[in-house]
Design a protein. Structure first.
Length: 331
């Protein structure tokens, strides 16, 4: 491995569902972050560390900017704003629409967000155009890109397909080019700043996002009560699935517990792959009414950023309706 000569962080920011977490996973060559077609899958920021040639890149995956209806949603937007402020480089990720057809124009929510990010920060911004695999008529791409770049300055523009790992190396090349000289900040085998139990919780949430719809995915939070390893290496995990209402609890448990069983086995497989250990996973479902509005619950569930105010108000002066996003139909 090359000696590290440069180091720094890049924040992946953008609307929900454009493929930020998929891009992080492609860069890590590991499905660390959870991905789904539901908006607001990512709830806080997640750091993944890659060594790219002579550069150590800390990649900050963030929640998608969206019109927040709950305290949870507001915290999520703040996580993203803060990551964009702190990072050395911002990758502003946009994507082609699920069924691209001419004429393609930029999403108005993207333009509103760009205005705010570029006005308030001196940080260089790389425009990443994701999901180019959806485009059969490749000649539509250039005018689409021009819709973003006209009258704006980007440090680079990189069309990619995060899902097919196409163009991801170029994103890392461009990020590395913009990072300052410096020593490695992490051990060579450090992958993330999050503890394993964080991923255990996320990997329980992921199959629930996939199996449920409408309000249920948003009303779910996971806490891990036990995470311990036996002498023979087996890892025992006990986790609670918090929902807001009894009806949601019934949906998750399913007929004779079949729903919960499916969630448990999908989550267990995912956790075992990360830990490379056999896992014994026990799940409980509990109604914690109104948790998304209760600061104490958000703190308990590890979703609060804290009380410190951002120097820049999140999403000030943005047409929030432009950020409305239906569930993604692709993938
Ligand atoms: N067709 C296509 N779909 C993608 C691509 N990248 C991500 N997706 C899908 O878009 C959805 C949202 O992805 P995710 O990474 O969770 O988006 P995020 O909300 O920005 O983090 C998922 O269903 C992904 O599988 C891509 O390059 N091409
Ligand atoms: Mg995400």
């Amino acid at each position: 491995m090359d000696e590290v000569k440069k180091s720094g962080t890049v924040a992946l920011v953008g609307r929900s569902n454009v493929g930020k977490s998929t891009l992080l996973n492609a860069a890590l060559a590991l499905p660390l972050a959870i991905v789904s077609r539901k908006p607001q899958t990512t709830r806080d920021r997640l750091l993944g560390v890659v060594r790219h040639r002579d550069t150590e890149i800390g990649i900050l995956d963030t929640p998608g900017f969206h019109r927040a209806r709950t305290k949870l949603g507001k915290e999520m937007n703040r996580h993203a704003r803060r990551a964009a402020k702190e990072a050395d480089v911002v990758c502003f990720v946009v994507s082609l629409p699920p069924k691209p057809k001419a004429p393609l124009s930029p999403h108005p929510g993207d333009l509103a967000l760009l205005r705010q990010i570029q006005e308030n920060e001196e940080t260089p911004v790389i425009l990443v155009i994701n999901k180019v695999d959806l485009l059969r008529q490749k000649d539509l791409l250039l005018p689409f890109i021009a819709g973003y770049t006209e009258g704006r300055t980007f440090a680079a523009v990189v069309p990619i397909s995060a899902q097919r790992d196409d163009g991801v190396t170029r994103v890392l090349d461009e990020v590395a080019r913009l990072l300052p000289e410096g020593d490695a900040r992490f051990d060579e085998d450090t992958l993330t700043d999050r503890p394993l139990r964080y991923f255990a919780a996320e990997y329980v949430r992921e199959p629930i996002l996939k199996a449920t719809s409408q309000e249920v995915p948003h009303a779910v939070a996971i806490t891990v009560e036990r995470f311990s390893q036996r002498a023979n290496g087996i890892v025992d995990i006990e986790a609670t699935i918090h929902v807001e209402r009894n009806g949601q609890k019934r949906i998750i448990i399913g007929e004779k517990g079949s729903g919960l069983k499916k969630v448990g086995s999908a989550a267990r497989e995912r956790i075992e792959a990360l830990l490379e250990r056999q896992v014994n996973l026990q799940l409980f479902v509990r109604v914690t009414a109104g948790w998304r509005e209760r600061p104490a619950s958000l703190a308990d569930f590890g979703l609060a950023l804290g009380t410190e105010e951002l120097a820049v108000a999140p999403l000030e002066g943005i047409d929030l309706d432009a950020l409305e996003e239906p569930e993604n139909e692709d993938a």
